[in-house]
Design a protein around this ligand. Structure first.
Ligand SMILES: *Cc1c(COP(=O)(O)O)cnc(C)c1O
Length: 349
């Protein structure tokens, strides 16, 4: 029977019998072998970890379930977060299922409409704050310091505890860790959490390999790559439009301890990778999720990835989250009057 993250990885998480059994059956997402991109790049073992199949459409559910359960255990009735979109959708969903209040603060005009629609439908109070994400985060941190609300941003350590379970799942599916784990880096909680997960499994003898952690930022929002805060982060990939990552040090530690790298890709490369992924694998991921594929394509072409190595690309969020970003890059539907003959003619059959 399918279970959620708290139950599947109970002994690896900071929970006990007092922790409420919160679950939307998150996690246990498919690790899909590449049929076409891997062979085209000369990579024998390329996999996609499809985190867009979580209950609210992104990996955020893994950490949110733990953060919400712990907040409830500590008596909280109100959750608050700042979000570029997916965190708010996730917080709002778990709040709804547990009958808690959720307050989400998003940067005005900067989040994808479908993500906002999720938070609203799940019944959260949504506040659009003028300014960017980093300012929204500062504001909710201050709110949580002075008022009785539980902060469920990724500065909440339980979020990272939940997110590390994705690393466990990859090892459990492959029988060992991959040689490369490639993922997007925004606030850098996820790269920090994966590295923690792989290290814990390694220490417990569950895997022999420790992967090289390869992080992708967007060129207009690449503070870690540039080594300085970006005041006005800009990229089509709203989920990684972050100028001052909360887990900056976690990311550089993961990179350096694993012998990996963090590099930037352009918006054009991101959107090309998004079309490539959807049209050649049948996997539709949001722009932020395609930054790592864009980086992998570049590294593979430069011959920097060993052909026999095992590589996992994390597709962090579902493509349906932000269709507007995608639709500029494909042919619009043809409009047609007429019968089957006219249709056949238009299709050049
Ligand atoms: C949150 C998010 C990211 C960035 O993850 P960080 O932990 O902030 O680095 C990337 N992609 C998607 C779809 C996200 O929701």
């Amino acid at each position: 029977m399918r279970v959620g993250v708290l139950e599947r990885y109970r002994e690896w998480l900071p929970v006990d019998e007092r922790t409420p059994p919160v679950s939307l059956l998150e996690g246990s997402t498919p690790l899909v072998p590449s049929r076409n991109i891997g062979p085209a790049l000369g990579l024998e073992r390329l996999y996609f970890k499809c985190e867009g199949l979580n209950p609210t459409g992104s990996f955020k559910d893994r950490g949110m379930v733990v953060a919400v359960a712990k907040a409830m255990e500590e008596g909280a009735r109100v959750l608050v977060c700042a979000s570029t979109g997916n965190t708010s959708a996730s917080a709002a969903a778990y709040a709804a299922s547990q009958r808690l209040r959720a307050i989400v603060v998003v940067p005005a005009g900067e989040i994808a409409m479908n993500k906002l629609s999720q938070a609203l439908m799940y019944g959260a109070k949504v506040v659009a704050l003028r300014g960017n994400f980093d300012e929204a985060l500062r504001t909710v941190r201050e709110l949580a310091a002075h008022y009785p609300v539980a902060l469920v941003n990724s500065v909440n350590p339980y979020r990272l505890e939940g997110q590390k379970t994705a690393a466990f799942e990859i090892v459990d599916a492959l029988g060992d860790a991959p040689d490369y784990l490639v993922l997007p880096v925004g606030n850098a909680g996820n790269i920090t959490a994966y590295w923690k997960g792989f290290r814990e499994y390694h220490q417990a003898g569950r895997c022999r390999v420790l992967p090289r952690m390869v992080g992708a930022q967007a060129e207009g929002a690449a503070p870690i790559v540039q080594g300085r805060v970006v005041e006005q982060p800009r990229t089509v990939a709203s989920a990684i439009r972050i100028g001052n990552p909360a887990s900056w040090e976690g990311a550089t530690t993961a990179r350096d301890q694993s012998g990996g790298l963090i590099d930037a890709v352009t918006d054009t490369e991101i959107l090309q990778a998004q079309v490539l992924l959807a049209s050649s694998e049948g996997l539709f991921a949001e722009p932020a999720s395609c930054a790592p594929l864009a980086l992998l394509v570049r590294l593979a072409r430069q011959g920097r990835i060993d052909a026999q190595s095992t590589t996992v690309v994390v597709l962090t969020g579902n493509g349906l989250k932000d269709p507007d970003a995608a639709l500029g890059n494909v042919e619009p539907p043809v409009e047609l009057d007429g019968d089957a003959r006219a249709l056949a003619k238009a299709l050049k059959l």
